[in-house]
Design a protein around this ligand. Structure first.
Ligand SMILES: *[C@@H]1O[C@H](CO)[C@@H](O)[C@H](O)[C@H]1NC(C)=O
Length: 265
């Protein structure tokens, strides 16, 4: 609702496209905190762009709503490119973060899919899960996002019939979204062969540690035993009171008490 009002009030340039996308004053939001998995290691649940583009180019029934996922480089890059024709299918996830772009188009949707006002029942949240397409089947697949990455996303309205500048309108970018970086279940090695290899290494290390521990324990035991049996040998120095006498004479000859005491301690 808030977005609808914003669009009506702030969409100043509507209809005056001329290559420059109309900026819709709507910032896509991550769904509220109470929704489970709003940000995971590879996905983000965004609120759907309902009522966002409704007043823009209403005659363009073939226009499609796309989502743009960009890293910090891609944010700048898209802004540089958006006034020209953009080949949406070429700007896919495939080389988005390995090539020069840093952004990609995904989740192509018919504009009337996002019915306005939303038909959600109370307490139902209409989310768009970014990164949920597994396995990847389409060229602009909604591929799982790189774990731990930092992204911003925006919705754009694209006229597929144009070979001239085709980005009709755009929303603002989301805030910077930091994906979770905890160990991704998908990245855990489930290959049985290699897992066995890892387990062998751990077992060997544990065995060595255990052996060392036992050896130390045995050595301590032996030492303690010997000490017990050799008691007479060890008591011998006690009878040599020479060292004690020496200290005595030393402190007598050295009147600087404090230092001598310290030394004796
Ligand atoms: C974003 O993607 C571009 C293009 O692949 C890459 O060169 C750049 O290093 C990336 N930036 C960050 C912050 O990951």
């Amino acid at each position: 609702m808030k977005s609808l009002v914003q669009v009506v009030l702030l969409c100043i340039l509507c209809g005056a496209a001329n290559g420059v996308p109309t900026k819709v004053a709507y910032t896509p939001e991550i769904v509220p905190t109470r929704v489970e998995g709003r940000i995971t290691q590879t996905t983000v649940a965004l609120e759907q762009p309902r009522c966002v583009f409704d007043s823009i180019e209403t005659s363009c029934t073939t226009c499609k709503i796309w989502l743009i996922v960009a890293n910090s480089t891609g944010v700048t890059r898209f802004d540089q490119m958006k006034n020209d024709f953009l080949n949406t299918s070429a700007l896919s996830y495939k080389d988005a973060f390995t090539g020069p772009n840093g952004f990609y188009f995904t989740v192509k949707t018919e504009r009337d899919f996002y019915v306005c006002p939303p038909t959600a029942t109370p307490n139902e949240i209409l989310a768009l899960r970014v990164g949920s397409e597994v396995p990847c089947k389409t060229p602009n697949c909604n591929v799982p996002l790189p774990t731990g990455g930092t992204f911003r996303m925006k919705y754009v309205l694209v006229d597929p019939d144009l070979t001239t500048p085709n980005i009709v309108a755009e929303t603002e970018y989301t805030q910077v979204i930091q994906l979770r970086s905890a160990t991704d279940p998908n990245s855990i090695d489930t290959n049985p062969g290699r897992r066995t290899g890892g387990m062998i290494v751990i077992t060997v290390i544990l065995a060595i540690l255990l052996f060392l521990l036992l050896a130390m324990f045995a050595a301590m035991l032996a030492f303690a035993c010997c000490r017990k049996f050799d008691q007479p040998d060890f008591s011998v120095p006690q009878t040599t009171s020479g060292s004690l006498r020496k200290y005595h004479t030393h402190s007598l000859h050295n009147p600087s008490g404090a230092i001598a005491q310290k030394a004796n301690m």
